[in-house]
Design a protein around this ligand. Structure first.
Ligand SMILES: Nc1ncnc2c1ncn2[C@@H]1O[C@H](COP(=O)(O)OP(=O)(O)OP(=O)(O)O)[C@@H](O)[C@H]1O
Ligand code: SF4
Ligand SMILES: [Mg+2]
Length: 326
């Protein structure tokens, strides 16, 4: 359904010569119909830039190259080449997005039911009354109790979890082909986070949703994704089935992320392992593997060239020539 080919995104004014690494570099990803792809990586790795490029919501200073091929109803089109008007029609109907912080995405002075109805009216020629009814139905779909009454609430009258349900209702109200969820549970406490993940799982089963699910948290990704892509410094460094990534991670960065996830076996008296250092900022000069300064497996060759993404097992790819995970 979605195939991203060699996507590179750089920021800077038109004509300015870019230095160092782009925010997203040579990214390849695909998502099949009905699949949930989890995109994971630390802060600054380029997850949101990727999702905003997909929605064509990046500021004008962003320069793209590559292709984002999206197939729907037997037609394939490159989203990067669609007119602004065609893209506006896709956004909110065929392609929908849920953001991390519902309070900033919702209008504080508009009743939540009216906001969902407005999103429906932007894409359907129906009466306001019909749109209001569909908005309440969408609120029922996301399990908001007493939906008809709550539809008259303003965002501040709802809890964080309920506000995120409203955002999800708005996103699914037009039955999107692809739902992009960018850290949809990060701002919520753990119990509410679990409820939202459960809800997304139920909606997926009910509507056959295809999803790009973004999180910095591998534990969250493990609960929802079928396949996982791990991003580091603007590139995918590993990609495979959930089983591959969690059972036989092939890239040192993925291994580091996994070591940082608490499990039932974790000794509570011991601090969790973390990966030392931080993601190199965009525009920093890179000659070799971007993970090299933090990598416990590095060898002299690692600084010579940026490693290619290679297939280490069927449909399991990693960007590290040093580690042989078999
Ligand atoms: N509008 C912009 N102009 C310039 N640089 C940007 C812009 N948006 C993002 N960047 C840079 O691109 C890099 C990737 O950012 P991005 O927001 O995609 O990270 P992320 O993986 O989503 O991180 P987080 O987990 O914090 O959300 C960052 O270093 C950021 O500073
Ligand atoms: S290429 Fe070298 S530095 Fe990069 S992840 Fe592999 S071992 Fe580590
Ligand atoms: Mg982000």
């Amino acid at each position: 359904m979605l195939e991203i080919r060699n996507l590179t995104v750089e920021f800077g004014s038109a004509g300015s010569k870019s230095v160092g690494r782009p925010a997203v570099r040579d990214l390849n990803l695909s998502i099949s119909e009905g699949e949930v792809l989890g995109l994971v990586g630390e802060s600054g790795s380029g997850k949101s830039v990727t999702s905003l490029a997909l929605m064509r919501l990046l500021p004008p200073s962003a320069r793209y190259s590559g292709e984002i091929l999206f197939s729907s109803n037997g037609q394939s089109q490159n989203l990067l080449q669609l007119s602004a008007e065609n893209m506006r029609q896709l956004r909110g109907s065929t392609l929908a997005m849920i953001f991390q912080e519902p309070m900033t995405a919702l209008n504080p002075v508009m009743r939540v039911g009216d906001q969902i109805a407005e999103a429906i009216l932007a894409h359907a020629k129906i009466s306001k009354k019909e749109a209001a009814n569909r908005a309440v139905q969408a609120m029922i779909d996301v399990a908001i109790p007493d939906a008809a009454r709550r539809s008259r609430d303003y965002p501040h009258q709802l809890s964080g979890g309920m506000r995120q349900r409203i955002m999800i209702a708005m996103a699914i109200a037009n039955h999107p082909k692809l739902l992009i969820a960018d850290e949809p549970t990060t701002a919520l406490d753990v119990t509410v986070q679990a409820q939202i993940l459960e809800l997304l799982g139920e909606l997926r089963a009910k509507f056959g949703l295809t999803m790009l699910f973004i999180s910095h948290d591998l534990a969250v990704i493990s609960q929802i994704a079928d396949r996982v892509a791990v991003m580091y410094a603007g590139s995918v460094v590993e990609m495979g089935s959930k089983h591959d990534i969690f059972r036989s991670p092939a890239h040192p960065y993925t291994r580091g992320l996994l070591d940082a996830v608490p499990t039932l076996k974790t000794d509570r008296g011991q601090p969790l392992r973390t990966i030392e250092g931080t993601v190199p900022p965009p525009n920093s000069q890179l000659s070799g593997c971007p993970f090299e300064p933090r990598c416990e497996f590095r060898i002299a060759e690692c600084t010579r060239a940026i490693p290619e993404l290679v297939e280490v097992a069927p449909s399991h790819f990693a960007r590290c020539p040093v580690i042989n995970h078999k």
